[in-house]
Ligand binder design. Structure first.
Ligand SMILES: [Zn+2]
Ligand SMILES: [Zn+2]
Length: 160
């Protein structure tokens, strides 16, 4: 969605509500993201317009250890300060909107991708797959014998 922020930039204290949905196909293919519900506002605070929104969506991807499909609900808070003329180019914390028009979908899409976890795990202690037979070890031990340290077998022999 393109938002015309000019009415907000004009008046200090002016606020505009944001409440819409971005279609899933406009977000990304993998990891799969559902429709994104966007709720919040833009508000003018002395010539800086602050965007404060929450994006709610389901994220579906494969566990990096066991390849099970997992779906998580995510409420992602996003806040940006928007400014019409960026004078100090070093300051990248502001987003420049020279003509007052903001492509909000694109901004949200980037923020969602940046927020993706480095590692997707179905659960913190996912045991993954057996390297020999490929069995999912979360479902229980597989038939493969775990390689035993020869020194340990010698010790076990002694105990017998
Ligand atoms: Zn897993
Ligand atoms: Zn195995």
């Amino acid at each position: 969605m393109n938002i015309d922020l000019n009415p907000v930039f004009g008046i200090t204290g002016k606020k505009m509500d944001i409440d819409y949905t971005i279609k899933a196909e406009d977000v990304d293919e993998y990891p799969r993201v559902s429709d994104v519900k966007v709720f919040g506002s833009v508000q003018n605070k002395t010539d800086i317009v602050t965007l404060t929104i929450t994006c709610s969506y389901e994220l579906t991807c494969l566990c990096d250890r066991c390849a099970e499909e997992i779906t998580r609900h995510i409420d992602q808070k996003i806040e940006h300060e928007l400014i019409k003329n960026l004078e100090d180019e070093q300051d990248i914390s502001y987003i420049e909107v020279p003509d007052g028009n903001l492509d909000l979908d694109e901004l949200i899409r980037e923020d969602i991708i940046l927020n993706l976890p480095y590692l997707f795990l179905c659960k913190e202690d996912c045991k993954g797959l057996c390297v020999q037979c490929g069995a999912n070890l979360n479902d229980g031990e597989c038939k493969c014998k775990s390689p035993t340290d020869p020194r340990l077998s010698a010790l076990l022999d002694l105990l017998d």
